[in-house]
Design a binder for this molecule. Structure first.
Ligand code: PLP
Length: 446
């Protein structure tokens, strides 16, 4: 069931094939360098790219811009209390700002942080405190063949091994990321969250939930965890988050806004300490780097995110997209926010040193003006991750016709796949971990 209709439209166009070819070459075969106006279906990310509701736009116009004590901050506080169950909120300009506030407060040099899988910015913020981020995914996390219901879970065995190695005093924080963005956006069960809570108590650690996609996760819990079959999305979300000492949130995901984020907690002491760091990096704690209007829109977005009709429409749209691609003959893994293609299987004639994932991303743009993102040997040099291409779905933005176009594009690519060339780096940016954002590439004839 569709949960909304269109009230305002944005024109999109598909440039002619020769234009796409030229644009790709000018962009150095890196779609981050392609102008958005030349993209027909933009699946680069689901972060901050969704459509706001009429209620959010109305809240945005009505919002006040007071530096201190703004009324829209009160509305955010009550939305966070009602939807997520936390009393104290510290807004930030986006998720990574909130990460800086929270992890900068909780961590010291030499600490070790277990997480089901660290998202890129989380990893970087833990490392920025000279602490060591350790991923503890379950074995099914990266298995395309697996039909695990909760492939995003945190492995308690792995986390225990970490604690046994370094001692509990070196592990002041345990993080659970729901859904597990870096493991194909797979969900985390409430059962797993309860066990992580107990584990954190055992070692006297602070339990943080990275709640970016907490509503999408709740939808999977309702579908897949028997205990919650009859619970509402709102009830499940509150139950799961209730086990955490603090949450870190990017409003650009399940906050349903284009900018914003926050830390929330019930711990008055942690709140006070975070507040000081927030003033230093983000802004006064009633706006935290956001405009008042964005705070107001996020307060409304949080409530909309747990509406049954919205979240069912959202997750089912992504699921259906994934199954259409699967039927077209591509190995896919489908999470709550994105579909992941196995580029290694699509382009088996390309070895990892000529970036099969990036070659597929370029082919999707060349064939259909579709923009995805490579998450394989180009984005993660020196690791042996699978050669993935992610097609992330913006919230409330695209319709069945757009997905049909993407599927047709993929089918066309499959027909000529043996002719697809690999790529090599033409320029090497100074920070290798960030090279996929700006590097130029060139085709290599294979
Ligand atoms: C997006 C994201 C972040 C960072 O949020 P930004 O708003 O992009 O800064 C942190 N954790 C997870 C799991 C995310 O998906």
């Amino acid at each position: 069931m569709v949960a909304y209709r269109t009230k305002m439209v944005e024109r999109i166009t598909l440039p002619a094939r020769e234009q796409r070819e030229r644009t790709l070459a000018e962009a150095g075969y890196n779609v981050f360098n392609v102008p958005a106006a030349e993209v027909y279906v933009d699946l680069l990310t689901d972060s901050g790219t969704g459509a706001m509701s009429d209620e959010q736009w109305a809240a945005l116009v009505r919002a006040d811009e007071a530096y201190a004590g703004s009324e829209c901050f009160d509305r955010l506080e009550s939305a966070v209390a009602d939807v997520m169950g936390f009393e104290h909120v510290i807004p930030a300009h986006q998720g990574r700002g909130a990460e800086n506030v929270l992890y900068g407060t909780l961590l010291s040099a030499g600490d070790v942080v277990p997480n089901n899988t660290h998202f890129d910015t989380t990893r970087a913020h833990v490392a920025n405190q000279d602490a060591d981020p350790v991923d503890c995914p379950v074995d099914e996390a990266y298995d395309f063949e697996s039909d695990a219901a909760f492939g995003g879970n945190l492995s308690l065995d792995r986390a225990r091994t970490v604690v046994d190695e370094v001692g509990p005093e070196q592990v002041p924080v345990v993080v659970q990321t729901i859904t597990n963005n870096s493991a194909a956006g797979q969900p985390v069960s409430v059962e797993n969250t309860r066990r992580v809570r107990a584990f954190a108590d055992e070692i006297d650690a602070t339990f943080v939930i990275d709640a970016c996609r907490f509503a999408e996760n709740a939808y999977f819990v309702k579908q897949r965890e028997d205990e919650f079959a009859d619970a509402s999305i709102a009830e499940i979300a509150r139950e799961q988050l209730s086990y955490a000492d603090a949450v870190v949130m990017s409003g650009k995901k399940d906050g349903l806004v284009n900018a914003g984020g926050f830390v929330a907690t019930d711990d008055p002491d942690l709140f006070e300490r975070c507040k000081q760091r927030a003033i230093l990096y983000e802004g006064f704690p009633t706006y935290g780097g956001m405009a008042g209007r964005d705070v107001a829109a996020m307060a409304v977005g949080l409530r909309e995110a747990v509406e049954e009709a919205y979240v069912a429409d959202r997750v089912e749209q992504v699921r259906e997209f994934g199954s259409l691609l699967g039927e077209a003959g591509v190995p896919v893994a489908t999470g709550g926010h994105a579909v992941y293609l196995d580029a290694g299987a699509v382009l088996p004639h390309l070895s990892s040193d000529v970036f099969p994932g990036q070659a597929l991303v370029c082919e999707l743009y060349r064939e259909g003006g579709v923009r995805g993102v490579e998450l394989g040997s180009f984005a993660f040099p020196e690791t042996d991750r699978p050669e993935l291409v992610r097609l992330a779905v913006p919230r409330r933005t695209y319709h069945r016709e757009h997905f049909d176009h993407v599927v047709e594009t993929v089918e066309t690519v499959l027909e000529t796949r043996s002719e697809v060339d690999g790529l090599r780096l033409a320029s090497e940016p100074s920070i290798p971990e960030l090279r996929h954002f700006t590097a130029d590439l060139e085709p290599v004839q294979t």
